[in-house]
Design a protein around this ligand. Structure first.
Ligand code: DGY
Length: 328
């Protein structure tokens, strides 16, 4: 019987994914909570034809060169900024991701952070826990309203439009968006209006980031962008940390240039324990949990396994981000 193809899974993922690959592959699963160090990853994939990677694994040219038999990298995420796609494509390696299945969960976390930051939930619950809740205070923990406000969506793709739809139908919000591409469905369904980023920043009560991280979006939010926002504005980032200049964000929050922020992503992850953003009363930080629901993570594991198996058996992958390799 021919040996099964060897694959490395760089972290424990939901069993549903491992069960799919077990009959087809000889899989080694990295057992630790923390990612394998770069050298270890290099050694582990040396003889592998497949890799299931996480957004915490840096997959670049030198790493891929250490795995001459590698045919497929299946990333356990929709984002794939951890992978040098040009390097993978050049080496004929197919790369998969997990789009679609985490749209609702990610939009839900953006809304959760928005509500929490707007209604000062982090600060007020901490006060309740730590003995600073002295009485019902007519002037205590005053936040902002949400109904009929304007939300500015930066990146009106799958997640951005799901987020906008929930806010439009739930809170009657007017929707502005900026994107390199128009989203005609959001325009017709939600009356969403495509505007330039400056207009969006000036007119929105809530600004939420849903673009991927690339050279154009790295540092997209800095001092100038926060200065254009309303002093009552709430800023949400569930996309990627490096899209935001965190020093500028901390300054904007400290000086009350903006009202509050809610972040599910930071740079680095995790932030050092003493990082200012973790300790500001008007900033709420979650540990990159947007896709962390049982159903969503199971679905991510399923797609990830299906991508891996399809890649290894020469079939079209359910979600391939470099389809030019498949066609060649
Ligand atoms: C992704 O999939 O890119 C998220 O950031 C993690 O679930």
């Amino acid at each position: 019987m021919p040996a099964k193809p060897r694959v490395f899974v760089s972290r424990r993922i939901p069993q549903v994914g491992l069960d799919l690959i077990a009959p087809i592959c000889e899989a080694e699963v990295w057992p630790d909570l923390l990612p394998p160090p770069g050298d270890t990853l290099r050694n582990k994939i040396r003889d592998c034809v497949g890799l299931i990677s996480l957004l915490t694994d840096r997959i670049d040219g030198p790493l891929l060169d250490a795995a001459p038999n590698l045919k497929v990298v299946s990333n356990f995420a929709v984002g794939f900024n951890n992978i040098d796609l040009v390097a993978a494509t050049k080496r004929g390696i197919r790369v998969g991701n997990t789009p679609g299945v985490l749209t609702d969960a990610t939009a839900d976390i953006a809304i959760t952070l928005m509500l929490a930051a707007t209604r000062r939930l982090g600060e007020s619950t901490q006060d309740a826990r730590e003995g600073r809740w002295l009485t019902w205070d007519p002037l205590g923990w005053l936040g902002q309203d949400l109904a009929n406000k304007t939300v500015g969506v930066v990146g009106m793709g799958r997640i951005g439009s799901n987020f906008a739809r929930k806010l439009h139908h739930g809170w009657g919000m007017r929707v502005l968006y900026s994107d390199v591409h128009p989203n005609v469905i959001a325009e017709s369904e939600l009356g969403a209006k495509r505007v330039d980023l400056d207009t969006l920043l000036r007119e929105s009560d809530f600004v939420s980031v849903h673009v991927d991280l690339n050279p154009q979006t790295k540092g997209l939010f800095g001092k100038d962008q926060f200065a254009k926002m309303k002093p009552t504005a709430v800023f949400i980032n569930t996309a990627r940390g490096p899209i935001v200049d965190q020093i500028a964000l901390a300054n904007a929050l400290r000086s009350r240039t903006i009202f509050a922020a809610g972040l599910d992503v930071t740079d680095p992850e995790p932030l050092p324990k003493d990082h200012e953003l973790l300790h500001m009363p008007n900033c709420i930080v979650a540990p990159h949990i947007a896709s962390a629901t049982v159903h969503t993570r199971n679905e991510m594991a399923r797609i990830c396994a299906e991508n891996l198996i399809a890649g290894l058996t020469g079939k079209p992958m359910p979600a391939c981000v470099n389809p030019e390799v498949e066609k060649s």
